[in-house]
Ligand binder design. Structure first.
Ligand code: CO
Length: 209
């Protein structure tokens, strides 16, 4: 069977399974959209967010791009963030990177890759800010993995510096931003311990009243 036909067969099987478990499943799905978390992750096919954290349809709002980058001028990501926080009132925003990320590896080499080099400039900037630490790591794979962690940290900060997150905190909305990393080698997530849940945790130049 060709791959596209397989999609429709698998879809019908999935819908039937859900109905078997709960005959009102799709009635609820159509009526309610109330995920408690926003996931900002890499587009990499090996990180299907719902699957790796055991959440069902309707339980996770998702934004993905190459190397899980959050840029304050990216209307796409900001629109997702605004909808998640102001309309869905999610309690948690997760920025999740991963070891073995191709986008991160690309930001570490000197070869030209065309248009995507402009996007990955953001990761290259993270690399630049931690140049000494990264240069001291000899193994290229380990260097990439460390940059993947530092990139998550930078993107967590970028989320927190947005007007959207700061407005939420300033009106007393409960919201925590977390940084996680996923290892393709063992399928496990690591919490990088970067939880930010109040404006006092961000540097004063970025704080807005
Ligand atoms: Co990736």
């Amino acid at each position: 069977m060709r791959i596209l036909e397989k999609c429709f067969v698998a879809n019908r099987e999935w819908a039937a399974r859900e109905l078997e478990e709960d005959p009102d499943f799709f009635k609820h799905l159509a009526a309610v959209h109330r995920p408690e978390m926003l996931w900002i992750g890499c587009s990499d096919a090996r990180l299907p967010p719902n699957e790796i954290i055991g959440l069902r349809s309707g339980e996770l709002f998702v934004h993905r791009n190459v190397a899980n980058v959050v840029v304050h001028s990216d209307l796409n990501c900001l629109s997702v963030l605004q909808y998640a926080i102001e309309v869905l009132e999610v309690k948690h925003v997760i920025v999740c990177g991963h070891y073995g990320c191709g986008g991160i590896a690309t930001a570490l080499d000197r070869k030209p890759h065309g248009l995507i080099d402009n996007w990955l400039r953001h990761v290259r900037d993270v690399r630049m800010s931690h140049e000494d630490e990264l240069d001291a790591i000899e193994d290229p794979r380990e260097r990439g993995n460390r940059l993947a962690e530092l990139n998550v940290k930078a993107q967590v900060a970028n989320v927190c510096h947005t007007t959207i997150v700061q407005d939420a905190w300033n009106r007393g909305q409960s919201l925590a931003v977390h940084g996680w990393i996923f290892a393709l080698g063992d399928g496990l997530l690591r919490d990088l311990g970067l939880c930010v849940e109040s404006p006092e945790q961000i540097p004063p130049p970025y704080q807005m009243d």
